[in-house]
Design a protein around this ligand. Structure first.
Ligand code: HEC
Ligand code: HEC
Length: 209
């Protein structure tokens, strides 16, 4: 009995491996119709320039973003064709792969913009903008699958996403939770808060919440 169960489990495991390609290989070298993730997101998913860091982000958040790119719920000229070319099992496997990688170390030498810090920690209640950390967690380290980490994320990427939410170009946020605050932010506020989050230390996998 025990033997048969083990045998069945073994079959399931090998079937799974045959269906999904090795995510580390796709990340490093790509797949047919899919450019290597590392060529934009960095060798260890650390992000570079306006390409977001993926390392250490929540796996369910990453998987949903890849699914949204594939279905068109989130539109991007670069990412949409890549996500469409990946099998659903590969999108899942890549999300888990990147979630397990450690985020890059904090830029300890860089000073956070004080106006950005105020907005992040206290919000701007005069215009109904809640503190970012109310949703994105203390220090912007992220909360579960719904609220992505902003700490240690590229400032250029954070700015671009805030403008995309504000201008209605990104609208895959559940219940417009992110479009509402973004719609009330000025370019200066966006630049300041993006810089502040980019120099905050990211949560280490398995580390403190
Ligand atoms: C040619 C460059 C390029 C390649 C190759 C690439 N990406 Fe991206 N990726 C981007 C850009 C640009 C964005 C930001 C899209 C936007 O502004 O909405 C992005 C965004 C993402 C996001 C959303 C992150 C977030 O925080 O919401 C995920 C997840 C992602 N990419 C995964 C991947 C994976 C997995 C691969 C490899 C299969 C890959 N990318 C390959 C350029 C690239
Ligand atoms: C009411 C809750 C809420 C508040 C307040 C909030 N956010 Fe968000 N934010 C979200 C949700 C939910 C998402 C994820 C959208 C999705 O699922 O695609 C998000 C996504 C983002 C993203 C995209 C991250 C990525 O990896 O693509 C950025 C950048 C961001 N928020 C910045 C901010 C900043 C800066 C503030 C403060 C000015 C803020 N948010 C306040 C709920 C909130």
């Amino acid at each position: 009995m025990r033997c048969r169960t083990l045998f069945a489990a073994g079959l399931l495991v090998s079937a799974g491996v045959a269906m999904a390609a090795d995510p580390a290989t796709i990340a490093r070298a790509g797949a047919p119709g899919v450019a290597a993730c590392s060529s934009c997101h960095g060798a260890a998913g650390e992000g570079q320039g306006s390409f977001p860091r993926l390392a250490g982000l929540d796996s369910a958040y990453l998987a949903r973003q890849l699914d949204d790119f594939a279905t068109g719920r989130r539109a991007n000229a670069v990412m949409s064709p890549i996500a469409k070319a990946l099998a659903s099992a590969d999108r899942q496997a890549l999300a888990q792969h990147y979630a397990r990688l450690p985020p890059p170390p904090a830029a300890t030498a860089a000073r956070g913009d004080p106006a950005g810090q105020r907005l992040a920690m206290r919000g701007a209640w005069a215009k109904s903008v809640p503190a970012c950390v109310q949703c994105h967690g203390p220090g912007g380290r992220g909360v579960g699958a719904a609220f992505p980490a902003l700490a240690g994320q590229s400032a250029a990427y954070i700015s671009a996403q805030l403008k995309a939410f504000r201008d209605g170009l990104r609208k895959n946020d559940p219940q417009a939770l992110m479009r509402a605050p973004a719609s009330r932010l000025s370019d200066d506020e966006i630049a300041a808060v993006a810089q502040w989050f980019s120099v905050q230390p990211a949560r280490r996998p398995g580390g403190d919440p």
